[in-house]
Design a protein around this ligand. Sequence first.
Ligand SMILES: Nc1ncnc2c1ncn2[C@@H]1O[C@H](COP(=O)(O)OP(=O)(O)OP(=O)(O)O)[C@@H](O)[C@H]1O
Ligand SMILES: [Mg+2]
Length: 131
Amino acid sequence: NGQFLSFAAPSPGVWLVSGDRELLMQLLVNLVENAINHCRPGTRIDLSLAANGNRLVATVRDTGPGIPEAERDKVFRRLYRLDKSRSTPGSGLGLSLVRAIADLHGVDITLADNQPGLVVSLSMARANSVV
Ligand SMILES: Nc1ncnc2c1ncn2[C@@H]1O[C@H](COP(=O)(O)OP(=O)(O)OP(=O)(O)O)[C@@H](O)[C@H]1O
Ligand SMILES: [Mg+2]
């Protein structure tokens, strides 16, 4: 879609979280798909992973139109889409699935302004070993 995708993990090492691999992948895929579908060609989509004490913080940020502050809670509702998204394909289920998977894994999600664009931060407990 003429966009630029990057990934950065500033600290080297092994990063473990405990959970369902496929569901966590689905969570990330839904966020990246949103950045692809709701942002124009030329947009940057940056993924990052960083440690914050015993938490891992993953972010998905884009330089697209963003989500106004007043809508940031509502977009997690089933079937909720911003008016400007009515002409793009989708059904408004992606973020409600993201929320459900996050809740199941104790992942805290915040949406914020990337100035411009959207930044989605996911904070999750770091696991020490593979179980
Ligand atoms: N990265 C983003 N930039 C701008 N708006 C976004 C972004 N991600 C989501 N949105 C807005 O939030 C709405 C809800 O997102 P959600 O993923 O739940 O549904 P969808 O992408 O429209 O459809 P689906 O995910 O079911 O294909 C979108 O319709 C769009 O208006
Ligand atoms: Mg979506």
